[in-house]
Design a protein around this ligand. Structure first.
Ligand code: ADP
Ligand code: MG
Length: 475
């Protein structure tokens, strides 16, 4: 869909006012937008949601994007809508708005990610199922092995459980639920299981996929009226691993399907491994039966890294990449980049690349200079207290008003604004946010967030307030 020929195919669908060259310009601009988004959101999400989008018309400042399904449109709009609009404004001259139109024809989505299933018609069911499992499974990163995983008290339970499960010994827990914040090793451990089993017991069918991919595949099956085949594929596996299930929760039809699939597998005694950034009890929009079933397995939390673990990871990475880094530089990295192992590795990679380029070792001062942007970002984590303070200031209230039980509108509305911003700008779960708002229940937080979302549709003053607040808080 990226070939130049694309523009000609779409020529007849555009209004007469579009010249071929302007068409080519906005189409090219949109490819740049997609590429930018890809580096923002990562390969998996990109292939699932952004790759299938096509720019098909540009008229009076509005870019018309063709989307394969209603579901994808809704997903893209809620998750990437703002970012898309912003990028389009940046890369397509005069673009101020995006309209989404749902693809009318029965032609399959253009992306190769959307290659339809081959229905099982062959007598050799097993081979077909295997091929399908392969296709379903996401590509594994060969670096994500048990050997490359550094064990520390913060992750030893998760590591031991994953290792045991992969060993093929009978395990008493099912499902295994890996819970931990961003970049702490959940995906690494799941993929290590998949690679270990593949090496040890290649006859076993292991499917690893992100929740986003699971949903995408399911929706595609719905579209091609082939959900039975999808279900059979998924239910035919020995170990099913779904990564980041917080993305499934709250999406009605896929959540339901996930629930049924999960139950069917569990009933057959098949092993299930799941990960999420929250504990089962904190996942929103989760079916109660599913929640309790999840709780019956082993919930292995991965806690934040210690300084020591970060140093060990950096040293191990250097060995793995056969590179040397001065100890003070490694110490500096481990001390400054504390939130997320992925960012830590990113920083190290940058220093290594630089050292290679200039042909000499990085000094501490050099590292500080090279990592300025990362260090600034790492230092500026938004807290719920920041948000509450900014909101209180903006509405001329005191912090105590925000936390108080008072329900009068002049206090309650700003409090809801603060709840909304806490949800939007931090990674905290609803129960955590509730606790920071004077010990409120998470349902109160949901109510507050929804109220603001609803008001935002019509209340321009509120929208402007929230814009201002977002800028100040980020500032
Ligand atoms: P998550 O899925 O929890 O967001 P990942 O598994 O993608 O995090 O980990 C992010 C990066 O950090 C990966 O490159 C992974 O290899 C690395 N990493 C995380 N924890 C460890 C660890 N204990 N030992 C070695 N590498 C780790
Ligand atoms: Mg992950």
């Amino acid at each position: 869909m990226f070939e130049g020929g694309n523009t000609i195919v779409h020529k007849d669908e555009t209004t007469g006012s579009d010249s071929l060259s302007s068409l080519a310009t906005y189409a090219a601009g949109f490819e740049i937008v997609k590429a930018a988004l890809k580096s923002d959101i990562g390969e998996t999400a990109f292939r699932s949601w952004i790759l299938p989008l096509e720019a098909r018309r540009f008229d009076a400042g509005a870019l018309d994007i063709r989307v394969p399904t209603r579901f994808i449109r809704d997903w893209v709009r809620t998750h990437y809508g703002d970012r898309l609009t912003q990028l389009c404004a940046q890369h397509i001259a005069g673009c101020t708005r995006i309209d989404y139109s749902i693809q009318a024809a029965a032609k399959p989505a253009a992306a190769d990610a959307a290659r339809p299933y081959e229905p099982v018609t062959t007598a050799n069911e097993n081979a077909a199922a295997e091929a399908a499992a392969e296709q379903l499974s996401s590509a594994l990163d060969p670096r994500f092995t048990f050997d490359n995983f550094i064990v520390a008290p913060s992750n030893e339970l998760a590591f031991a459980a994953a290792k045991k499960l992969a060993s093929g010994e009978n395990v008493t827990f099912n499902p295994l639920f890996l819970q931990g914040g961003v970049g702490l090793g959940k995906t690494h451990l799941m993929q290590a299981i998949a690679q270990d089993v593949a090496a040890r017991a290649p006859e076993k069918r292991v499917v690893y996929m992100s929740a986003e991919k699971f949903m995408y595949q399911f929706v595609r099956a719905l579209r091609s009226r082939d959900t039975m085949t999808f279900k059979e594929y998924v239910r035919g596996v020995d170990i099913l691993m779904i990564d980041d299930i917080q993305f499934i929760c709250g999406k009605e039809s896929t959540a339901q399907e996930f629930f049924h699939t999960f139950n069917a597998l569990m009933d057959q005694g098949k092993q299930v491994v799941l990960s999420a950034d929250k504990a089962p009890g904190d996942l929103e929009g989760l079916d109660d039966r599913l929640r309790s079933r999840l709780g019956m397995g082993l919930v292995a939390g991965i806690q934040n890294t210690s300084l020591e673990l970060r140093l060990d990871i950096l040293r191990a990475k250097c060995v793995l990449m056969k590179r040397e880094m001065p100890a003070d530089v490694l110490g500096f990295l481990a001390e400054k980049i504390t939130n997320n192992v992925r960012e830590l590795e990113g920083a190290l990679n940058r220093l290594i690349a630089h050292a290679e380029l200039v042909g000499r070792a990085i000094t501490l001062a050099g590292a500080e200079e090279l990592l300025q942007d990362l260090l600034r970002a790492a230092g500026r984590r938004i807290t719920i207290e920041d948000i509450q303070r900014r909101v209180a200031d903006h509405y001329n209230l005191r912090m105590t008003d925000i936390l108080s039980p008072r329900r009068a509108r002049p206090v309650a509305r700003p409090r809801q604004v603060a709840m909304y911003l806490a949800k939007a700008l931090t990674e905290h779960s609803l129960p955590e946010i509730g606790r920071k708002f004077g010990g409120r229940d998470h349902t109160t937080i949901i109510h507050g967030v929804r109220k603001i979302e609803e008001l935002l549709l019509t209340d321009r003053q509120l929208a402007a307030d929230i814009e201002t607040l977002k800028q100040r808080i980020a500032g």
